[in-house]
Design a protein around this ligand. Structure first.
Ligand SMILES: O=c1[nH]c(=O)c2nc[nH]c2[nH]1
Ligand SMILES: [Zn+2]
Length: 477
């Protein structure tokens, strides 16, 4: 089977599964059978199947005529990563301009690069490589910011669709406060281009897993009238998500409140323009006041935690534990190129460090055993944020983020074996590797932790979206 082959029969995987369950728990399920139907949905799952019983279980399910994929020792399956916030046109800038804070970085580094996407051919060449890289990093669902350019953003959506990635793609709305050559000429052109992109994406060929998303860049780059019209589009179309930034940098917060003096807070700016609701994805949310946290909860808006970017642009440390304690939906974002890595693995590592910084500076009371605030995030929470938590932020928790019959098979086959080229897990012997060996859940937990903290693209062997094999190290030759 090759990555581009379309699955036309039941495919059954045999090996260890890791299944996120809640903000604080996951299931470690060695020796599982997971069947994927031709439509890419999970048909059935069985746990604790001894190698000698595999054929019996297949027969019981009437599934003897299947493609059986038995994982090697040191391999396991996890749900695909959900990147709830990234900027595709900033990937070419990764690693440059690290000396700046947000507002100078936008002016000196980011807007000049984004302006280059006025050239649709450049956009096509760049986006082809960028989407491939993001898929091979294990991101099966991605919330993409494009630029202000309609044609370039259409290309981004077309490329994502042709790769078979699940995604939300948005054209940035920015009608003031930018460089003179990187701003939209009027509210009406911004709205017309937004509507044109929505129609274009919805007419892309099937199977289509890409959806449009409204993308007011942030309050500082949008007039009130533009945001009001975007809010009206969102309320007329209940399937449209909204993505934007909030409260990332102290100076940004100050200038935002100066631009919108009638608002009581940054969150209130979006709320009074009809942009804060259950379909809103807010990147950063570092410096929110308690009134804003309460408002986000009331509106059921989600937060994309982007710790790599927050450290890199010296923006601050998002109090993820506190947001989670308040019942706010949280996922992870790479926020390239504020973040210097397109991999959610890096975001996981930095989310762990961010939570440790909070725990050092504002430790939880020993009696507050059920709260996340002031504690380092455990492994289960880190994986949850990267998968099911991100799915909730995108309103896709019924489709993806964990494994259950009826959900889509968006998954990664991960390997911690030495033959990945990444040092891997010593003790997983190459010679015994071809035989499926009984795996204990304790061993699986060690593999998972080592992968999350030391893994990279080399360990992500196969990337599946809706049952289709669309990327991973096994196909890069
Ligand atoms: O991290 C960020 N990246 C951006 O491109 C951006 N634009 C506004 N605010 C932003 N924050
Ligand atoms: Zn961003």
């Amino acid at each position: 089977m090759s990555p581009t082959d379309t699955v036309t029969q039941l495919v059954v995987f045999y090996g260890p599964l890791v299944n996120p369950k809640s903000t604080s728990s996951l299931l470690l399920l060695p020796n599982s059978l997971l069947a994927v139907a031709a439509n890419g949905e999970i048909d059935w799952i069985e746990h604790n199947v001894h190698p000698s019983s595999v054929q019996d279980v297949l027969a019981r399910h009437g599934s003897l005529d299947t493609l059986l994929i038995a994982l090697k020792h040191g391999e396991f399956i996890i749900p695909g990563f959900v990147d709830t916030h990234t900027h595709a046109p900033q990937v070419p800038n990764i690693g440059s301009g690290q000396q700046y804070e947000l507002l100078d970085w936008l002016k000196e580094v980011t807007f000049p690069m984004e302006a280059r996407f006025a050239d649709a051919d450049f956009a096509h060449r760049a986006y082809t490589k960028i989407v491939e890289r993001i898929i091979n990093s294990g991101t099966t669902t991605c919330c993409y910011y494009g630029t202000i350019h309609l044609e370039a953003t259409k290309k981004l959506a077309e490329i994502v669709n042709s790769y078979g990635q699940r995604a939300f793609v948005g054209k940035c709305n920015m009608d003031h406060n930018s460089l003179h050559d990187y701003v939209e000429p009027s509210v009406s052109s911004s709205i017309d281009d937004t509507n044109a992109l929505i129609s274009h994406i919805r007419s892309l060929p099937s199977p289509r897993l890409v959806e449009p998303v409204l993308t007011p860049r942030f309050a500082m780059s949008c007039s009130g009238s533009l945001m009001t019209q975007l809010g009206a589009i969102a309320s007329a179309d209940p399937s449209l998500r909204i993505q934007t930034h909030i409260s990332e940098n102290q100076e940004e917060v100050r200038q935002t409140l100066e631009l919108f003096p009638e608002a009581t807070s940054y969150a209130d700016v979006y709320d009074r323009h009809g942009l804060l609701g259950p379909r809103t994805i807010l990147a950063h949310a570092i410096h929110l006041g308690d009134d804003e946290i309460a408002l986000l909860k009331e509106r059921d808006a989600g937060v994309s935690h982007c710790p790599t970017s927050n450290f890199n642009l010296r923006s601050g440390v998002c109090p993820v534990g506190k947001l989670t304690d308040h019942g706010i939906k949280v996922g992870l974002g790479t926020d390239v190129s504020g973040g210097f890595s397109p991999s959610i693995l890096t975001a996981i590592q930095h989310a762990s460090i961010a939570s440790k910084i909070v725990a050092i500076q504002h430790p939880a009371e020993p009696s507050a055993t059920t709260s996340f605030a002031g504690r380092q995030l455990p492994l289960a929470t880190l994986l949850y944020l990267a998968t099911l938590g991100g799915a909730r932020v995108c309103g896709l928790e019924d489709r993806i983020g964990s494994f259950a019959p009826g959900k889509a098979f968006d998954a990664l086959v991960v390997s911690v074996r030495g033959d990945t080229g990444n040092p891997g897990l010593w003790g997983v012997d190459l010679d015994e590797a071809l035989n499926v060996k009984h795996v204990e859940s304790k061993e699986l937990e060690v593999w998972l932790e080592r992968f999350l903290f030391t893994g990279d693209d080399r360990n992500i062997r196969r990337v599946y979206v809706q049952g289709q094999w669309i990327g991973g190290a096994e196909r890069i030759r």
